[in-house]
Design a protein around this ligand. Structure first.
Ligand code: F0G
Length: 456
């Protein structure tokens, strides 16, 4: 059966068509950091899949029914009930975005000297652990370090390594085990249900809370259905529920699989813990029946949660990501294999071997994609993950020099992705012409969002 995209555009947005000259100037003004570019100078925006998707006409229709009363609004109950269909926890607290959920829950679970163990902490997640004086320790599946292998579940957490920490001298300091589904910092790779069952059993045996960072719970469920024996006949809703049931709680940004520009939740079974979080949410986000969200947004989220678990939608998402990966390969650019759903991760280190990690090849490729084609994306390499000395010289490089082409949901069609492939092919024809970079301004925290750089 040929693939049929299960929707059409109902409203469109014009995108700017710029000249190379304009882009060179814009990049200069932006301190050669794509995060600083005004979006109206970006033609294809693959910086993030977060809050950047298109909403459906049904979501827009529901948004019209937004009930904005301060407490107990109808919209809250519709949102909570839709969420509970997928996320079967006793307590569900709305907040405005994922990092707010992290801040509130981690404040309740961690503190000075505590440890959070994860397959990989996402960047803001790590920041929310570290700002409490706690340690964020990544223990991913070793398969993650072979970018070319086709292992289906490179997102898994290394259960043996977690056990070792729990049994070791640091064991008593572990405040949570956090499993990110899918593993965004680790190439968008999925976590298997077998792995979740194993880590769940270990966490329960040791009395350590197991929390999911479930920003892409539906995409993880889809990849489980596609790749894990025994799950092929299950629905995305069933698999999502099973994943949540294996954990004690979850934080999730709904700017991804809530198909909404904003929203997130904290889900917990433990009433005492939920109570402490609720106080924090009321003090910092909003009353417990809106948590900083408008009634319209909650309605939009309720409908988004119903749409995101449909097999047609998820199959289309898989198809688009696979198409972009195929275009990259056709252009001669390697990607992390196998493709996930929310983006394609380019192996910039391999494409630009003339640049050392200290010249930031991932960042160089991200800047080249903008300069040559008006395409915005971000590096996941030594600029983001490397260690620098006081003179901004790289001392420890990242394990890989990658670039993430994130795919906004339901936004770009094949012709846009084909264009990305063509621009990549142009760059790949003459890779040595891509210059390296040096840092000119280096903020101490969250460097990649805030630094300025210049070409060498
Ligand atoms: N956890 C994961 C795994 C994420 O990917 C993100 C956001 C967050 C937490 C934070 O959620 O943005 O709603 O506060 N990821 C975006 C990205 C920004 O581009 O990958 P948020």
């Amino acid at each position: 059966m040929p693939h049929l995209r299960p929707y059409v555009s109902a409203v469109v947005r014009r995108i700017p068509i710029t000249t190379r000259e304009q882009r060179v100037e814009a990049l200069d003004l932006a301190g050669h950091n794509p995060f600083n570019l005004p979006a109206d100078q970006v033609s294809i925006d693959l910086l993030s899949d977060s809050g950047t998707g298109a909403v459906s006409v049904d979501q827009q229709a529901w948004a019209q029914r937004g009930d904005e009363r301060y407490a107990g609004a109808e919209s809250y109950y519709r949102y909570r009930d839709a969420l509970r269909e997928v996320v079967p926890y006793r307590h569900l607290l709305p907040v405005h975005q994922g990092r707010a959920a992290e801040r509130v829950l981690f404040t309740a679970l961690l503190g000075e000297g505590r440890i959070s163990l994860s397959n990989t902490h996402f960047d803001t997640t790590r920041a929310n652990v570290e700002r409490l004086g706690a340690e964020a320790r990544d223990l991913p599946n070793q398969e993650l370090f072979d970018l070319d292998s086709d292992h289906p579940f490179k997102g898994d957490i290394d259960v043996a390594a977690v056990r070792e920490v729990l049994d070791g001298p640091d064991g008593h300091r572990v405040g949570q085990i956090l499993v990110t589904i899918t593993n965004n910092g680790g190439g968008g790779q999925p976590v298997s249900m077998a792995n979740l069952k194993e880590i769940s059993a270990l966490a329960r045996e040791r009395g350590v809370p197991l929390i999911l960072d479930a920003a892409r719970f539906a995409e993880n469920a889809w990849l489980v259905i596609r790749r894990e024996a025994g799950y092929e006949d299950r629905t995305p809703l069933q698999v999502s529920r099973e994943a949540f049931e294996l954990a004690d709680g979850a934080v999730a940004s709904l700017k991804k699989d809530g198909l909404s520009p904003e929203g997130a939740f904290i889900g917990l079974n433990d009433t005492e813990l939920a109570d402490r979080c609720e106080v924090d949410v009321i003090a910092t986000e909003g009353f417990r029946t809106y948590g900083g969200l408008t009634g319209s947004t909650m309605e939009q989220l309720a409908q988004g949660l119903r749409e995101v678990v449909t097999p047609e939608y998820l199959a289309d998402r898989e198809h688009e990501a696979a198409y972009l990966a195929e275009r990259a390969h056709h252009a001669g650019v390697s990607t992390i294999r196998p493709s996930g759903l929310h983006g394609v991760y380019l192996n910039a280190g391999r494409l630009l071997p003339h640049l050392s990690p200290a010249q930031f090849p991932g960042h160089a490729l991200a800047c080249a994609l903008y300069r040559e084609g008006g395409i915005r994306c971000a590096e996941l390499g030594s600029l983001y993950l490397g260690t620098l000395d006081e003179n901004d010289q790289l001392t420890t490089p990242a394990p890989f020099e990658l670039v993430r082409l994130a795919l906004p949901r339901r936004v770009y069609d094949h012709s846009h992705l084909e264009y990305v492939g063509e621009v990549l092919a142009e760059i790949a024809k003459n890779p040595e012409s891509v210059p390296g970079y040096r840092i000119t301004e280096n903020p101490p925290i969250l460097r990649h969002f805030r630094c300025r750089t210049e070409p060498l």
